[in-house]
Design a protein around this ligand. Sequence first.
Ligand code: UT7
Length: 338
Amino acid sequence: MPDRGLKSLKPLGVKIAGSGRFLPEKVLDNRYFEQHLDTTDTWIRERTGILERRMASEGETTATMATAAARAAIDDAGMTVDDIDMILVATITPEAILPSTACFVQQALGIRPVPAFDLVAACSGFIYSLINAAFMLQTGHYRNILVIGSDTMTRITDFGDRATCILFGDAAGAVVLSATPDTNGSAIAHFKMSAEGSGDSLLFVPAGGSRLPSSHMTIDERLHYVKMNGREVYKRAVKRNLELVDSTLAEAGISPEEIALVIPHQSNLRIIESARQRLGLPKDRMFTNIQKCGNTSAASIPLGLDECLKTGRIKDGDMVLLIAFGAGFTWASALMKL
Ligand code: UT7
């Protein structure tokens, strides 16, 4: 079945008014895993590109990290909490089953009653959220939307499973996405979003939902942790990423040379490298932080956005391509004119 996804017919006039990120202080390097599992620093570096990742300490959660990143984004935008008209949190590790993590963030930041909800699209969650927020802004009902990606992956990771536990880290990133006058030029110039539910048994958490509620059995069987068929997910991720970059640029009528920077989801350095080679871009135009952060799920793209905006690696007027692939499977791209 060809991926038709969703095509944007006209640019969505929005601007990143401010950004922020939060990384827990605790660092887990590859030697930590060498001490506990049958693995090596060399294997992890060569197969994933990861050297270290961050781990939330007691008291640090998806909502506390999201709140810290959001506060930084609001400050960066030169706004106050009174300027925020909606809160959207992309996460697969919510603060609790209910209420939504977005409601915890609203309370923690002291934001007045505004729409607040979570969006579940795994590693594609931040791009999905950004696009949804952009559409909300188009209605004219809202001016500034807090879009957050926050995941505490180490809380759903089996530290006895060497094939998954070496991959993930904890973090949050956030932007304030604002409506702009059409003449401004800042926009999501093009986007794609899609999903394929047949990936459900290749990357998933078996227990804790309505299909298999938590019980002594699910805990004993370690079914509340992420399970992944890494090799199969890898193949699908490479294939979808290549289709995504090709189709996004072709539909937008943009050549790779016009892109200042690609910020891909950080799942595996080899997956990122395959997309870079397809685009024919030099290494400095493909953002990576997987070496230091691992795979932070919904947080990885806003982490990259914030770092690049703060260091001046990207600036107003630049064309930036965001791409992601994750559990579901889900995939998404956003071509942003900053
Ligand atoms: O963010 C959402 C999307 N997620 C992804 O895109 C992740 C996609 N998958 C991957 O990144 C890679 O598949 C992994 C990094 C998870 C695994 O790398 P791989 O090169 O695909 O390895 P593999 O699963 O094919 O396993 C190769 C070998 C196996 O041993 P045998 O069967 O050849 O004897 C594994 O048991 O490597 C073994 N292995 C390890 N060895 C040392 C698996 N994990 C480890 C480990 N240390 N940590």
